[in-house]
Design a protein around this ligand. Structure first.
Ligand SMILES: *[C@@H]1O[C@H](CO)[C@@H](O)[C@H](O)[C@H]1NC(C)=O
Ligand SMILES: *[C@@H]1O[C@H](CO)[C@@H](O)[C@H](O)[C@H]1NC(C)=O
Ligand SMILES: *[C@@H]1O[C@H](CO)[C@@H](O)[C@H](O)[C@H]1NC(C)=O
Ligand SMILES: *[C@@H]1O[C@H](CO)[C@@H](O)[C@H](O)[C@H]1NC(C)=O
Ligand SMILES: *[C@@H]1O[C@H](CO)[C@@H](O)[C@H](O)[C@H]1NC(C)=O
Ligand SMILES: *[C@@H]1O[C@H](CO)[C@@H](O)[C@H](O)[C@H]1NC(C)=O
Ligand SMILES: *[C@@H]1O[C@H](CO)[C@@H](O)[C@H](O)[C@H]1NC(C)=O
Ligand SMILES: *[C@@H]1O[C@H](CO)[C@@H](O)[C@H](O)[C@H]1NC(C)=O
Ligand SMILES: *[C@@H]1O[C@H](CO)[C@@H](O)[C@H](O)[C@H]1NC(C)=O
Ligand SMILES: *[C@@H]1O[C@H](CO)[C@@H](O)[C@H](O)[C@H]1NC(C)=O
Ligand SMILES: [Zn+2]
Ligand SMILES: [Zn+2]
Length: 615
């Protein structure tokens, strides 16, 4: 997606459309449905390799604490929930005690923005305030702040006042501050959590840990992000790393490839040439691994509770300057994975503690009315697994069907032919066959953008606007690169995540996909820079189709000279006016010609459409 404004508007205006009433019937249906995977799930193909120092990693969970509950693949691969994960962690901790080794649990941030559990709060609420209470119940050793904790001051303040105190000094924000009133009533900039922490593991290893955020610039007023390059020059940083621990455990919301981890790594290495350094990154939503040298490993563990990361190291064996033997693994987040690695059965796996977390999350879903049903989707609609345009494309469904229908309701311009245009970043997540609920709408289409129009545009001109918008994007390569960089700084990660999917699809190749179609289910097929295979379960790579920057409705069947309404999403106004004035010179179109087409916002379009068409 090209325009930052979409994301920013979406985030800042979110929350206007939350109903408060409770539909118990839906909730109970939901409860019984999610108990256990509804379809067979491929188990891992080999046990984990344990070292004497082991770490379980989550990142970019974005509210997906009830996991992925749809039956279309790859969703069942990720059908575990936070309660299942809690049971897994309990069993793994017991295994670690039996093996007499260390096992730590870490998270790299982005707890906000993603599902109804985080975003479906009633009016007056704060994003992720309730869902975070369940993360507090996991025995995290350290957690780091993400950019999604910083778009809205109220969210950061909620972290500062309610979440951070539960982590007992282990919530880390090395380069991120919040401005609050101090005891004298004066505004004061202070770290959101701790800048660093030092602690000792069960096996007596001394750990020094940092929590670093990449160079993010889209943060709200009264929050501060210091660049990574400046952070490593700070006096506190020098003091924090001066004493040599047994292990540096560097966590942070920053990708392990093509970003600034080497800056932090080099600063530590300059003082401690041989100390083991374990890095746990995030933000680009991919599975990735790097080794910056032979005594370090850097892991990134995906997104949305799809992936649980695993890293092990044999620290005792690596005396002197010998390379350390590391392993890493990307676990599919489901009960089959968890039972396999803990040698538990369906009957023995659950802990009472884990069950209570699952039950609590389901109660939260009920209180947010997340099972409220708009209709039943007849098939899957995906952003990148089907070509655009096509009848399996969510982008086609949204702009060619849902938006024209939703904006026609109570609209006096309904009878006038029109063309609708928006950006392809307008949708966040796929829709799958089956119930389409309030939770699904919040997950797929959260952005509260409005639609504007210019009346009386000749069809022959209006019909050239969409291709011209996409060509303008494609021809201005340099400007595009600048825009990409700016988007990255502001926290838009789609580009890198999609490049990852595209690469895995290309690697699979169409022929190989057919040949391997045997018993493999769809999922991630990772190739990273670390030795050996990283994925814990074998899959067939998801198909990938690229999409244009802008998408449009089907042109009306009218003659070339017919005047029509040109309808477009609000934040592309300036660019669209430029294109329109380039396509004709009869009229110099300006902001004065632009009107509001409908008070209905983009985030409710799919629900209105589902109510009308999917019942
Ligand atoms: C930022 O904080 C200062 C001091 O606390 C306050 O005066 C100001 O209104 C805040 N700005 C915003 C936009 O909240
Ligand atoms: C963050 O807070 C600390 C402690 O108040 C302060 O010394 C530092 O200057 C702040 N950093 C930034 C970048 O605002
Ligand atoms: C140690 O690891 C580094 C970096 O991974 C590698 O370049 C080097 O060949 C390794 N050395 C040995 C002796 O294996
Ligand atoms: C696990 O146990 C539950 C409850 O007894 C049952 O409904 C489910 O089918 C079982 N799943 C598997 C994979 O055996
Ligand atoms: C979508 O297109 C495919 C292939 O053209 C067709 O088989 C299928 O029936 C279509 N589905 C719908 C819902 O129109
Ligand atoms: C359309 O108008 C009716 C009657 O005023 C109202 O109940 C309904 O909510 C409106 N629908 C939309 C989508 O604005
Ligand atoms: C519509 O546009 C045409 C030229 O494009 C112009 O001649 C005509 O006056 C316009 N009509 C209205 C109602 O603005
Ligand atoms: C697929 O599964 C069936 C039944 O479990 C098995 O007999 C067959 O060998 C498998 N095929 C492949 C290609 O693994
Ligand atoms: C377009 O409109 C013309 C004239 O009304 C009609 O003959 C034709 O069948 C229509 N085409 C489609 C695809 O609806
Ligand atoms: C079009 O209108 C804008 C805003 O009034 C003005 O700045 C611009 O110079 C005009 N362009 C032409 C070609 O008249
Ligand atoms: Zn994220
Ligand atoms: Zn992020």
């Amino acid at each position: 997606m090209i325009f930052p404004v979409a994301i920013l508007l979406g985030l800042t205006l979110r929350g206007a459309a939350c109903a408060g009433d409770v539909h118990d019937a839906h909730a109970h249906e939901h409860l019984s449905k999610r108990e256990y995977p509804q379809v067979p799930i491929t188990p891992p193909y080999r046990p984990l390799v344990w070292g004497d120092f082991n770490v379980i990693h989550t990142t970019d969970t974005h509210g997906w604490l009830l996991g992925h509950q749809k039956v279309s693949f790859p969703e069942p691969d990720y059908s575990g929930d936070l309660g299942d994960f809690a049971s897994f962690v309990t069993h793994m901790k017991n295994i670690a005690i039996e093996k007499d080794v260390d096992l730590l649990l870490v998270d790299s941030g982005d707890l906000h923005d993603g599902t109804g559990l985080s975003d479906g709060y009633p009016p007056g609420g704060v994003d992720a305030h309730e869902s975070n209470k369940f993360l507090e119940r996991l025995p995290y050793d350290v957690m780091a702040i993400g950019n999604h904790e910083l778009y809205i001051y109220a969210n950061t303040y909620d972290m500062y006042t309610n979440f951070v105190p539960h982590l007992d000094g282990r919530y880390l924000s090395s380069n991120v501050n919040i401005t609050v009133f101090n005891s004298d009533g004066e505004p004061e900039s202070v770290p959101v959590g701790n800048r660093y922490t030092k602690f000792t593991t069960r096996k007596g290893r001394r750990i020094t840990s940092l929590g670093v955020l990449y160079d993010f610039t889209g943060n709200d007023v009264n929050t501060t992000v210091q660049t990574v390059a400046d952070m490593v020059k700070e006096q506190w940083f020098a003091e924090a790393i001066a004493e040599e621990p047994d292990v540096f455990l560097l966590i942070g919301h920053m990708p392990v490839s093509y970003d600034n981890w080497p800056t932090v790594f080099d600063a530590v290495r300059a003082v401690h040439p041989l100390t083991p350094i374990l890095i746990f990154g995030g933000h680009s939503h991919i599975r990735d691994c790097q080794q910056y040298d032979g005594r370090s490993m850097a892991l990134e563990s995906g997104r949305y509770m799809e992936t649980i990361g695993w890293m092990s190291a044999d620290l005792e064996a690596a005396n002197g300057d010998a390379n350390i033997s590391f392993t890493r693994r990307y676990l599919d987040q489901n009960r089959v994975t968890y039972e396999y690695h803990t040698e538990m059965s369906n009957q023995t796996f659950d802990t009472a503690y884990g069950r209570s977390i699952t039950d609590g999350l389901q109660e939260l879903a009920v209180s947010f009315d997340l099972s409220y049903l708009y209709g039943t989707a007849p098939q899957d609609y995906t952003i990148n697994q089907n070509p655009y345009p096509s009848n399996g494309s969510l982008l086609s469904l949204f702009i060619a069907d849902a938006i024209p229908y939703a904006l026609s309701i109570n609209n006096t311009r309904d009878s006038i032919p029109s063309i609708f245009i928006t950006n392809s970043g307008s949708q966040r997540f796929n829709i799958f066959k089956g119930p389409f609920t309030k939770n699904d709408q919040l997950t797929a289409s959260p952005f509260t953008d409005s639609f504007l129009y210019i009346p009386n545009i000749t069809f022959s001109i209006a019909n050239q606007v969409l291709p011209a918008l996409n060509n303008a994007g494609a021809s201005e390569r340099r400007r595009r690169d600048e825009i990409e960089k700016e988007l990255w700084n502001r926290g838009v990660v789609d580009t890198r995540y999609r490049a990852w999917l595209e690469e895995m699809d290309r690697r699979a190749g169409m022929g190989r996909r057919e040949a391997m179609a045997g018993n493999l289910t769809l999922g991630y097929v990772t190739a990273d820079s670390c030795p050996g295979a990283g994925d814990d379960t074998l899959h067939l790579a998801l198909p990938y189709y690229s999409v244009p920057d802008f998408i449009g409705s089907n042109p009306p069947n009218v003659t070339n000279d017919t005047p029509i309404d040109l309808v477009f999403v609000d934040f592309i106004e300036a660019q669209l006016l430029g294109i329109l004035n380039g396509l004709q010179n009869a009229v110099n179109y300006t902001t004065a010609d632009v009107l509001l087409y409908s008070p209905t916002l983009a985030n409710v379009a799919l629900g209105l459409y589902a109510q009308a068409e999917w019942n």
